[in-house]
Design a protein. Structure first.
Length: 624
């Protein structure tokens, strides 16, 4: 049968039928059949191919950059959701379009220039700062590049740089744009203004019950309670156990005698020094030392500022010669000793003598030390006993009483913020404990929660108060306050609308202000940032700058007050933009033109993507 098919394929009708089959298969999307890209090509821009290897290297670089920034590698799905494959393909396609453009215009780089670039690359420098062949080989090996691939990449990079420099080096922001920006930043306005706030209107009438009931119904979400769960909380750690332990006086006294040497606070001295940089300074300090001149006077005469070393015990001074000199002086004395940068004058300003505490002074410290040690010994045994009692459905209150531990009753909402009432529960753990509390069921045993570091928390769920709408009697005061605030805001807004309407009709701001018992003020000239220390903040300033001379209006500032204004003077910027700003503007202009150029070149070249090859590369990268 196969021989028959082969013979038929050699005939004229067989060849025609084969051609139709081939075109039909290609029409169903089978890649690489007639006109499509090769298996190792992810995309083609014009006549430039982006190979699977190039894409994989660039994509892995993006993945590593993400991991360095966020501390973990994204999954394949996370990388796709963040657009990393698209970003990589976009960057490579832009480079490929520029490479094709540069080649068509004969832009390239000589081998001599490539060699110079190699020698100047700091990535390949050795310990002496010059080119190191071993470093070059190591970097290429780590990057997975051959020397030929590296030089080909560098040649393309250099070609793109030449293209960009030749086309865009002289691109700058037009002077008109710079002038406009200078005006935007530096122009000032002066306004006449006055404030309208709650003091400007009469208070609203007292609300009726019907008013309050209607307000509460409309704003019930603002007054609805949240679910609250009241729990007994037992926090148990060696520190909490230590607070329950006490010791007889005889044991504390014995521990004091045993450890009294370690309780002694050693002598400490406040030390400062100055470096004597030349023989003249050394001679002046030596003469002053012999004559009894004060250290401070000598330092002032020499124009030196002493460096304070702090108040230290002798064991804390790491410089042996300095320790010996300082702890051989009387308070206020100084001496001259050798130093690394010349001789130095060491001065002791104060002395704290050594102190051995009495039993009364050390009693609390010794009791705490004994309690912590004993708590560590007892902790695991008591922890096991608590767990056994919990398994036997013993209430926490009884367990806590048995061991002298404290129970804290806490009404907890979903945030867990109320658990701050339990002093030793870290803030970072409150949310996790609250989740466990809201997952618990009444009259069900709840397991302990380990916070790590020998710290455990248990809770008993006592009551559950579900979220509910509150009645007017429960929240009357809050509703009255909210209703009054709303009515007052409405009265203020109505007055401001009336005022601005009169200004629109051509009345002078001063006349309008007087009709409302207001006294207008004149501002100092201000920019778009506003006037510091006045009601004209940046929000009001933006409204002011929406118009020119005689522009008027109102705006609410950050304190919630209405500022009614009228522009009385417009002054153009007095100073031009500084050099750094001008350079930044020129650079932004170059970046913008370059971006448009690259996009145009890529669009003209055309981009074709081999989705099958792209998916294969992404699958391989995800499997690493």
């Amino acid at each position: 049968m196969l021989d028959g098919l082969r013979n038929f394929a050699k005939t004229g009708p067989g060849k025609v039928l084969g051609a139709f089959l081939l075109v039909g298969v290609a029409g169903f999307g089978i890649n690489n059949v007639i006109l499509d890209l090769g298996n190792n090509t992810v995309a083609r821009v014009g006549d430039e191919d982006i190979t699977s290897l190039e894409f994989r290297r660039a994509y892995n670089t993006e993945i590593n950059r993400f991991a360095q920034q966020f501390g973990s590698y994204p999954t394949a799905q996370e990388a796709t959701n963040m657009g990393l494959p698209s970003m990589t393909l976009q960057r490579l396609s832009q480079d490929a379009a520029l490479d094709s453009f540069a080649r068509n215009f004969g832009v390239g780089v000589s081998e001599t220039r490539l060699g110079q670039m190699l020698r100047e690359d700091p990535s390949f420098a050795g310990t002496l700062g010059t080119f190191d062949p071993q470093a070059f080989t190591a970097v290429l090996r780590n990057s997975g590049l051959t020397q030929a691939e590296y030089f080909a990449d560098q040649s393309r990079v250099a070609g793109r740089e030449q293209l960009v420099q030749s086309l865009f080096a002289d691109v700058a922001m037009p002077q008109t744009g710079k002038d406009l920006l200078a005006r935007y930043i530096g122009d000032t306005r002066t306004v006449e203004y006055f404030i309208v706030n709650e003091a400007s209107v009469l208070p609203p009438d007292e609300p009726t019950d019907a008013d309050l009931a209607a307000y509460l119904e409309e704003h019930q979400a603002d007054f609805r309670t949240v679910e609250t769960r009241t729990v007994d909380v037992l926090s148990f750690s060696p520190d909490t156990l230590a607070t329950t332990l006490d010791f007889p006086e005889e044991e504390i006294a014995a521990e004091y005698e045993r450890t009294r040497a370690s309780l002694v606070t050693p002598e400490r001295r406040t030390i400062e020094q100055v470096v004597l940089a030349n023989d003249e300074q050394v001679a002046a300090f030596e003469a002053g030392l012999a004559a009894g001149t004060s250290y401070a006077d000598l330092a002032a005469q020499a124009g030196l500022t002493p460096t304070s070393l702090g108040t230290l015990a002798e064991a804390q001074v790491t410089d042996a010669s300095l320790a010996e000199a300082a702890f051989g002086l009387d308070a206020g004395g100084f001496t001259i000793i050798p130093g690394a940068a010349g001789r130095r004058a060491v001065h002791v300003t104060a002395i704290e003598p050594a102190h051995e505490p009495t039993l009364d002074e050390a009693r609390d410290q010794i009791r705490q030390t004994l309690a912590r040690a004993e708590a560590r010994n007892q902790f695991n045994e008591i922890l096991d006993q608590i767990e056994e009692l919990r398994a036997a459905f013993q209430p926490l209150a009884q367990i806590a009483e048995r061991y002298g531990l404290a129970i804290v009753e806490v009404p907890v909402t979903a945030s867990g913020a109320e658990l701050s009432a339990v002093a030793d529960i870290p803030e970072a753990e409150r949310g996790r404990i609250a989740q466990a509390i809201f997952a618990a069921e009444p009259e069900r045993l709840t397991p302990g929660i380990s916070l790590g570091g020998s710290h455990n928390v248990w809770f008993d769920l006592k009551t559950v108060d579900p979220a509910r709408d509150q009645t007017l009697d429960e929240v009357r005061d809050q509703v009255v306050e909210a209703w009054s605030r709303e009515q007052t805001d409405a009265l203020i807004a109505a007055q401001v609308e009336e005022i601005t309407g009169r200004l629109d009709n051509g009345e002078a701001l001063a006349d309008v202000a007087m009709n409302y018992n207001q006294f207008p003020q004149i501002s100092s000239p201000f920019t778009r940032n506003g006037e510091a220390g006045t009601p004209i903040d940046s929000t009001v300033a933006n409204s002011v700058f929406a118009g020119g001379q005689d522009h008027h209006g109102s705006a609410i500032n950050e304190t919630g007050e209405y500022v009614v204004f009228e522009v009385t003077d417009v002054a153009p910027a007095a100073e031009p933009l500084d050099e750094a700003t001008l350079a930044a503007l020129d650079n932004e202009a170059r970046v913008g033109v370059y971006g448009d150029f690259v996009m145009g070149v890529r669009q003209d070249a055309g981009l074709r993507i081999n989705q099958q090859a792209l998916d294969q590369v992404l699958a391989l990268s995800a499997g690493q």
